[in-house]
Design a protein around this ligand. Structure first.
Ligand SMILES: NC(=O)c1ccc[n+]([C@@H]2O[C@H](COP(=O)([O-])OP(=O)(O)OC[C@H]3O[C@@H](n4cnc5c(N)ncnc54)[C@H](OP(=O)(O)O)[C@@H]3O)[C@@H](O)[C@H]2O)c1
Length: 334
């Protein structure tokens, strides 16, 4: 079978679609024929050696896939052939709080990933695709959507609350759609006025261009009567965190998710003076994934796919993702 492999060293130039032995399902496993997969910023970081410096080569990359079950191993009870499924980001995190052990079992980093024509998955690490979604749409959910859902629900996002989202990449656009579904008001930033218009069409109440208006924290406070947002979904990291703490209300919540704006120093004084709850979010459990899928089904939410690449052009998909031109998710059809 074909798989997207990185070897013998880090670097996008070392990505290639290569032949690998096809897996067979062991006890408790399902064999999934992958039909689509989606890229996350993490895949770029992984390929560049900025996520897991101890990555073992050759490594099959990828954390998000959707496909159909083609065979089941001994003892499988939850799935059967032809079921349409997606993998969980952390195969060992079924429910309850995150632990050190489950956080160290992620696809495409600690073990081979799912950018392959076939994957053998523990049945407990698999969820059913909502009936209204295509394989390509479903392949966008395991990482970005579950992360957005975890951040929103941990902050008790509900009608009457305001969330501030940064940029229009995968996590932020899911956070926009899901915040809207939860009845919250969403504010969003972007480097592009055209992308802001698209976000408004998806339900954003207001948007600001963070290039032409770098004081987006002040803008967010103005948009909330001076109080600040209830939740900031922080995907920028150290480069945006100080402004996020200014943009959130006193006693509000900042979900620390990403590192898009790079690393750097951070002054924590405002966090304590405003009694901000700063919470790291690392994707989510299978239970969160299933809970989110119930809302996606009830509200008939369709993930926003920017572009679909054929699997043979996977390295080009990585380069496109790196350009930041996308709105929502970049997908590969397998
Ligand atoms: N902790 C977790 O569990 C978890 C899970 C998923 C992702 N992440 C992290 O979250 C971040 C987002 O991931 P993703 O997959 O959604 O990435 P993505 O789709 O590649 O997001 C790219 C977009 O982010 C926006 N952006 C870039 N720099 C920005 C800045 N300085 N300020 C505001 N927005 C900026 C840009 O939007 P515009 O073009 O609109 O400006 C860009 O197009 C990454 O750092 C990723 O590693 C973490």
């Amino acid at each position: 079978m074909k798989a997207l492999v990185i070897q013998p060293a880090f670097g996008l130039e070392n990505l290639a679609v290569a032949e690998r032995p096809a897996p067979t399902p062991g006890p408790g496993q399902v064999l999934v024929r992958v039909r689509a997969a989606s890229l996350n910023f993490r895949d770029l970081l992984l390929a560049k050696g900025q996520y897991n410096p101890k990555l073992q080569f050759p490594r099959v990359l990828g954390s998000d896939a959707a496909g159909e079950v083609v065979a089941v191993g001994p003892g499988v009870t939850r799935f059967k052939a032809d079921d349409r499924v997606m993998n969980c980001f952390m195969p060992d995190w079924e429910d309850g709080p995150i632990t050190d052990a489950v956080a160290k079992s992620t696809f495409g980093s600690d073990r081979d990933g799912v950018f392959a024509e076939f994957v053998a998955l523990d049945e407990r690490a698999v969820v059913t695709i909502p009936a209204h979604l295509t394989f390509e749409e479903a392949a966008t959910l395991p990482c970005a959507a579950v992360t957005a859902w975890n951040a929103l629900t941990a902050a008790e996002t509900a009608p009457g609350t305001t969330v501030l989202l940064q940029g229009t990449g995968g996590v932020s656009i899911f956070a926009l759609q899901l915040a809207h579904a939860l009845g919250a008001r969403a504010l969003i930033t972007s480097s592009s006025d055209e992308k802001l218009a698209r976000a408004a069409a998806l339900g954003a109440a207001a948007g600001v261009n963070y290039r032409t208006n770098p004081d987006w924290d002040k803008w967010a406070r103005q948009q909330t009567g001076g109080a600040g947002a209830d939740l900031v979904v922080e995907v920028g990291g150290a480069g945006t965190l100080e402004r996020s703490v200014k943009a959130v209300k006193t006693g509000g919540h900042v979900a620390l998710i990403g590192v898009l704006a790079g690393m750097g120093p951070f002054n924590p004084i405002a966090v304590l003076m405003k009694a901000v709850r700063l919470q790291g979010v690392f994707v989510g459990s299978r239970a969160m994934f299933e809970q989110m899928n119930r809302v996606i089904t009830a509200k008939q939410i369709r993930p926003v796919i920017d572009r679909v690449f054929p699997f043979a052009e996977a390295p080009a998909a990585f380069k496109y993702m790196e350009s930041g031109a996308h709105f929502g998710k970049v997908v590969m059809s397998v």
